[in-house]
Design a protein around this ligand. Structure first.
Ligand code: UDP
Length: 317
């Protein structure tokens, strides 16, 4: 298949590009490096053809060739990034989704939206099941991301209903692994970077808030299986193994064999207290569930960041 990926230079997008190329598909990656990076792009491909287009997907794009699928992943996704880029985040969720859906409609292509667990906001239902409508503050600091993705889901369903576009919606929960930015501000890379540098780990609030972390290879496989499925309603993708942020900090210190201490900082406004996906639907429909346990995934990620930090401090190494 010939597959367009917006946000293909980002963390999940770039892993997905490589996965699809390995499966022999042709990939057209659209990105403007707003939060992604050129070094994430596949250097070369032995199987499928890879094309990169430097373009902001909030503006129209015309592609000559036939396209079988459009995967819309472009968006800042870490709270630090979307606070820094609030209007760009709203634009890529709204206008970017419109352009990507328009492209899919024009090419009669299948469309997949990368949505998020953030549509559930600070959830009052736990674990979060797809039928839960969420608890989102529309004017809070996380609103630019949460509401953009909620709008994107509504637009996707409208294009499916009105224009018959063959759509999929993935609600992606916290995902991690090699290829994340050390400085993207999220807890997991921040803690690993702090632990490796012997700095204090900055736990926000009491650290009792929970998250559930999915390793990147599991996520990419889930996205691919969803793309191949016939499900138009949203599907949660994530690892249901839940952990408190304080426990995560302790685990990273242990696995990195670090002597770092933990310090507590103020909890950001509207920080979700709990997050854990109910993945029964993905299990049933896609026969998918995560395979990589947290300790295994963390060790791989710590190894990656450790090598990256060594290169920063000693470029000739
Ligand atoms: N967090 C933290 N220290 C940090 C960064 C984040 O304790 O240096 C907390 C944050 O307040 C949240 C959790 O870790 O409760 C996960 O935050 P992250 O930014 O990774 O993503 P989120 O799941 O909130 O989108």
């Amino acid at each position: 298949m010939r597959i367009v990926i917006t946000g293909g230079a980002g963390f999940i997008g770039s892993h997905l590009c490589k996965y699809l190329l390995e499966k022999g598909h042709s990939v057209v990656c659209i990105d403007n490096f707003s939060t992604g990076a050129p070094e994430n792009l596949p250097a070369s491909s032995e199987n499928g053809e890879f094309v990169f287009i430097n373009h902001n997907i909030t503006e129209s794009i015309y592609l000559k060739d036939d396209i079988d699928c459009v995967l819309h992943l472009a968006s800042p996704a870490s709270p630090v990034d979307y606070h820094r880029l609030p209007i760009q985040t709203l634009k890529v969720g709204a206008l970017g989704t419109l352009i990507a859906l328009g492209l899919a409609k024009h090419k009669k292509a299948r469309f997949l939206l990368a949505s998020t667990s953030e549509v559930y906001g600070d959830p009052l239902v736990h674990p979060q099941v797809e039928t839960y409508w969420g608890n989102v503050n529309p004017v809070g600091p996380r609103a630019v991301y949460d509401e953009a993705k909620r709008f994107a889901e509504a637009l996707t369903m409208a294009y499916h209903g009105v224009h018959g576009v063959d759509t999929r919606i993935a609600r992606i929960f916290n995902t991690y692994g090699p290829g994340m930015r050390l400085d993207d501000g999220r807890a997991l890379p921040t803690f690993i970077s702090q632990a490796l540098k012997g700095e204090e780990l900055t736990v926000f609030g009491s650290g009792e808030q929970t998250r559930s972390f999915c390793y990147i290879s599991d996520m990419v496989e889930g996205l691919y299986l969803l793309l191949l499925s016939n499900e138009h309603e949203p599907v949660n993708l994530g690892n249901p193994e839940e952990i408190s942020i304080l426990q995560l900090a302790r685990e990273i210190i242990e696995l990195a064999s670090s002597r770092s201490k933990i310090v507590f900082k103020p909890l950001p406004e509207d920080d979700p207290r709990l997050r854990k996906p109910d993945i029964s639907k993905a299990k049933r429909l896609l026969n998918w569930e995560p395979k990589v346990g947290r300790r295994e995934g963390l060790l791989k990620t710590i190894g990656y960041f450790s090598r990256k930090l060594q290169r920063v401090t000693n470029p000739s190494a």
